[in-house]
Design a protein around this ligand. Sequence first.
Ligand code: NAP
Length: 311
Amino acid sequence: MRVFVAGATGAIGRQLVPRLVAAGHEVHGMTRFESKKAMLDELGAVPVVADALDPDQVAEAVGTARPDVIVHQLTAIGALDMRHFDRDFAPTNRLRTEGTDHLLSAGQAVGVRRFVAQGVAGYGAYARTGGPVKSEEDPLDPTPAREMRETLAAIRHLEEAVLNARWTEGIVLRYGAFYGPGTSMAPDGEYAELIRKRRFPLVGDGGGVWPFIHVADAAEATVAAVEHGSRGVYNVVDDDPAPVAEWLPALARTLGAKQPMRVPRFIGRLFAGEAGVMMMTELRGASNAKAKRELAWRPAHPSWRQGFTAA
Ligand SMILES: NC(=O)c1ccc[n+]([C@@H]2O[C@H](COP(=O)([O-])OP(=O)(O)OC[C@H]3O[C@@H](n4cnc5c(N)ncnc54)[C@H](OP(=O)(O)O)[C@@H]3O)[C@@H](O)[C@H]2O)c1
């Protein structure tokens, strides 16, 4: 198939493009920068220069490539201060609202068969009530932390726009927190740095449950969704959702860092805001049963326990 990847140069895109190429697909990879064309070329993609926020550029890029499938992996997360979650996610939120709409319009104009988009299983997507591990049927959070309202509204916009596009097979992959090469959890990444400096404390009981996924496994699941996914949502997470009180000390050990400091919730709120405290104490994990069953996919790193060390 001909596959158009928006976000081809990012942490997930760099894992995804070579796998699609190896599976025999013709990949067109989008970037804003002429300077990144060589990288895309090396990954095996036809480079396409366009800004996702410019509808005319997106229409032209997609119109020229005439893909069978569009994959939307656009984010612009960068440095994140949990106290100002929505402020720091504002560029990503635009990509998830306007960017999604432009890609869908361009895709409809050429009649793409599938549209696969990046969703979120971590950072507060699922309602913080009931059991610790959620399936795709469970409700999204109706009352997000105050500093995350715009971000979760943008995620909802993306999901609704993709799932309601009846002219195509609209698929949302709710990825767990990425770790592995090129991610913020990698040994040279931003989170690892904070953990080494003991600036990533364990807040309250550390009972927030995080879903993780190695970025290479996320890419494998995405190839499966591109090839035979059906309209709907899939959690793309590992087999082992775990509370912060388990994974954070383990990650610190793996990084050779001192154990994280423990702080009560009210101190946590000062440093990480309501959003940070929620993620440390209330977050829910996700189940990958549907993705395993319907995409015939298995993560090569079934648990972060071994995955962190391997990465
Ligand atoms: N599930 C998760 O845990 C998750 C999800 C996403 C990100 N993250 C983490 O956050 C870190 C930083 O993420 P990031 O958002 O900076 O992602 P990134 O890995 O740098 O990828 C962002 C992608 O979006 C593209 N892009 C952004 N704005 C664009 C625009 N206006 N037009 C066209 N393309 C555009 C970029 O392309 P060009 O720059 O080439 O134009 C790039 O390919 C990652 O390393 C990862 O660890 C985690």
